[in-house]
Design a protein around this ligand. Sequence first.
Ligand code: CO
Length: 141
Amino acid sequence: MKEIISSVGKLNHIAIAVPSIQIASDMWKKALGANISAPQILTDHGVKVIFVEAPNTKVELLEPLNENSPISRFLEKNPNGGMHHICYEVKNLKSASKKLEAVGARILGDGLPKIGAHGNPVIFLNPKDFSGTLIELEEIE
Ligand code: CO
């Protein structure tokens, strides 16, 4: 059997679900002096997103676009917002997916990559397999 070579790279971002991206990003800016990106609408993911830049990583603030958004369901349980997922960079999503499958870790949805906020393919892993943490893997070449 060929060895599957795949391991996580840098922490790309930490995502926080918020009821209002405007209020949240104002606070990050005013209180923490953080640089904030322009907002983006990601229809596929049902979210509006803003990136808060830090020297070594980013915080992604996520506001639901509508009530069908997965972020809406998260905010029902966490009305003030809260940590939603962390994102690791990987070199190759295909080999990462194979490795996950080999150890019985589950990919959410149909298991196929979608295009994420940075225009790169991403997958999300079942939080039940990772101590309650939703993990996003983003392919960075
Ligand atoms: Co993300």
